[in-house]
Ligand binder design. Structure first.
Ligand code: FAD
Length: 344
């Protein structure tokens, strides 16, 4: 893979694996896994997960809601917490770059791909258990499904999350929120795995939740499950609120086109969509990527967009808004590129 790229240096570990080299590509230092090392890693993962759950060179478009991007070197469909722990231990020992994806609603992969192992937490890790005071849900469960279980069991508190198209793990990592509420308002504990596959249980303030921020995200932990404390409520009222919020989303957001939701974090004292609209950028296009005509805070894929189109449009928006208003917009969406989660 990428034999044409100049090899600048070999490194220890990424650590001990002599088949991994480090290179400088467009000012972003990345590891390059050779074909041999990828085969070795894939074989090790097949031993841990089974042949049907480990795939090579997987196109990521169907796994992200923006429907853009390239391939990942190795893709693993996770089927349980113990398996995930063993995989993390193995990858740590081999020094192989890896990342986690839930529902891919806040993540895109660069067109040149991600050179590492991507762990997909989805239906294989999606059990939801009803407790007397709330729910315990695995990280791959979708927020829509967790909210539905809450409603079916007369639990109020998750209505705000029912229309967010992410997994619970992604929501905890991002501290997802809407309509004045955030996932931090209901999460009591999160069971995580660290880079060595060891279990860490975060309680309350230990999550270090902030606006679209959490310790899970900053420390690169993998959320496996979370306990949510909810209040008893009237199921009809819960259902009515979920419907009302879904209606507000459909009215305001370009749900008919692929996107990653709000492209930027909300800057203190402003709304990113209004800033972008006031700069006259609504409808601006780069290739197939466009500033939504319906909601300027969303970059949408109008068909055939590449990840590069999205990245270039995001750059253009940021540059224009900074020049015109002095406000620096911070992308909320994550980009997997080279061997790491890079910023736009
Ligand atoms: C139409 C639309 C509307 C949206 N509306 C909202 C909204 O109202 N509010 C809001 O906050 N967001 C919104 N989003 C963004 C997105 O849905 C949320 O950020 C969601 O929580 C991401 O979850 P995910 O499973 O898709 O994460 P992914 O996109 O798969 O990943 C996002 C980040 O979380 C990490 N991650 C994922 N799973 C785990 C895990 N188990 N453990 C550790 N890290 C993990 C990934 O590595 C990545 O860094 C919207 C997106 C779309 C497309």
């Amino acid at each position: 893979m990428n034999d044409r790229q100049p090899v600048l240096s070999r490194v220890e570990n990424r650590q001990n694996n002599p088949l991994i080299v480090r290179q400088n590509v467009l000012n972003c230092e990345v590891s390059r896994l050779t074909e041999n090392s990828l085969e070795t890693v894939a074989s090790g993962l097949i031993r841990l997960s089974g042949e049907d759950r480990v795939r090579r060179n997987v196109d990521m478009k169907p796994y992200t809601t923006m429907r853009v991007g390239g391939t990942v070197s190795v893709f693993v469909e996770i089927s349980g917490a113990l398996e995930l722990s063993a995989i993390l231990r193995f990858l740590h020992g081999e020094g192989v770059p890896h990342a986690v994806i839930g529902n891919g609603s806040n993540l895109i992969v660069a067109d040149e791909g991600y050179e590492g192992v991507l762990l997909h937490l989805s239906s294989g890790l999606s059990r939801v258990t009803v407790l007397p005071d709330g729910l315990e849900a695995e990280a791959g469960a979708l927020l829509s499904g967790v909210s539905r279980v809450a409603w079916e069991n007369s639990f109020a508190g998750l209505e705000f999350a029912s229309g967010i198209p992410g997994s619970l793990g992604g929501a905890v990592a991002m501290n997802a929120g809407a309509y004045g509420r955030e996932i931090k308002d209901v999460v009591v504990t999160t069971t995580c795995l660290d880079a060595k596959g060891e279990t860490i249980v975060l309680k309350g303030l230990e999550h270090d939740f902030g606006y679209r921020h959490s310790r899970v995200q900053t420390e690169g932990l993998v959320a496996v499950s979370a306990r949510l404390r909810l209040q008893q409520g009237d199921p009809d009222a819960i259902r009515a609120e979920m419907r009302e919020l879904a209606g507000r989303r459909a009215d305001k957001q370009p749900l008919h086109l692929p996107s990653s939701g709000s492209t930027f974090k909300r800057p203190v004292g402003y709304f990113s969509g209004k800033l972008i609209e006031d700069c006259g950028l609504k409808g601006l296009r780069v290739g197939g990527a466009q500033v939504s005509e319906k909601h300027a805070g969303f970059v949408v894929n109008t068909g055939g967009a590449t990840a590069e189109d999205v990245v270039n449009l995001v750059g253009l928006i940021r540059e224009t808004v900074r020049r015109e208003t002095g406000v620096t917009l911070e992308p909320e969406v994550k980009l997997l590129k080279g061997d790491s989660l890079c910023s736009f």
